[in-house]
Design a binder for this molecule. Structure first.
Ligand code: 13P
Length: 254
């Protein structure tokens, strides 16, 4: 049986957005999705923590999902500056990004830590968007597939399913650089991820689990990337800050 995976276009606003521009962007996207009859894609917005509740209010009547950009692995406690998965759920989130390469680099997050965060997200009823991807040095060293397979194996929590997990393949060197791997390279890595998921979760679950591509996705390259068999949407950084660009990427995925 062929499984159709509904594309997911996720906007990671990173450390961008104050109430003025952030809310205007969320409201504009809510308007567009409301005006489009039955779109063939899902949208997710991950604003900074400070805007989650207000963006959530702007999306209240909309089908656009709300996510955090990170969560702590613990349920609560003495972790100054951190946010738990339950807090995100309480603030209206349905998703959370974990293991983004910027957090792995800036906060020395290991695969084990990412796995614990994804487990915490699952326990709080959130969908974990688990990010994996090689650095430029690893790619130049011919280690892409080894690194991606290792990160996937070590970051995926027990109990991962197509309902509670999304994988985002984001080559670190493609993030914010305007460079992307060739479609053949993206295709090969996504096929590898799908194959590994099948071994871990079984064919049926792996066939339903969405695997996104991220790294310099723009209106100009989205259609080609989104047309690849095992690419089920995009995790978009810079272009998600502009309603026209994000919307155009979403439309390219359908
Ligand atoms: P850019 O789309 O700006 O390259 O960022 C990608 C990313 O890191 C999304 O999580």
């Amino acid at each position: 049986m062929t499984v159709t995976r509904r594309p997911l276009i996720a906007g990671n606003w990173k450390m961008n957005g104050l109430s003025g521009d952030g809310l205007a962007l969320a409201e504009e996207l809510a308007r567009r999705i409301e005006d489009s009859a039955d779109p063939d894609f899902d949208l997710l917005i991950c604003p900074p923590f400070t805007l989650i509740q207000r963006v959530g209010a702007a999306l209240a009547e909309s089908t656009i999902a709300l996510g955090g950009q990170d969560c702590h692995a613990a349920e609560s406690g003495a972790h100054t500056g951190d946010i738990s998965a339950a807090m995100l759920a309480d603030a209206g989130c349905s998703h959370v990004i974990v293991g983004h390469s910027e957090r792995r680099a800036d906060h020395a997050e290991t695969d084990a830590w990412v796995r614990a965060k994804a487990g915490a997200a699952r326990a709080a009823g959130l969908v974990a968007v688990i990010c994996i991807g090689e650095t430029e040095a690893q790619r130049d060293g011919g280690e892409t597939t080894t690194v991606v397979a290792r990160q996937l194996a070590a970051s995926l929590p027990d109990g991962a399913t197509a309902e509670n997990t999304v994988i985002a393949y984001e080559p670190v060197w493609a993030i914010g650089t305007g460079r992307t791997p060739s479609v053949t390279e993206v295709e090969a890595v996504h096929a590898l991820i799908r194959g590994d998921l099948a071994q871990r979760l079984g064919d049926d679950e792996a066939a339903r689990l969405r695997v996104l591509y991220g790294g310099s996705v723009k209106p100009g390259n989205a259609r080609e990337l989104m047309s690849l068999t095992d690419v089920d949407g995009a995790l978009v950084g810079g272009a998600s800050l502009h309603a026209d660009d994000f919307w155009s990427i979403a439309q390219s995925s359908a």
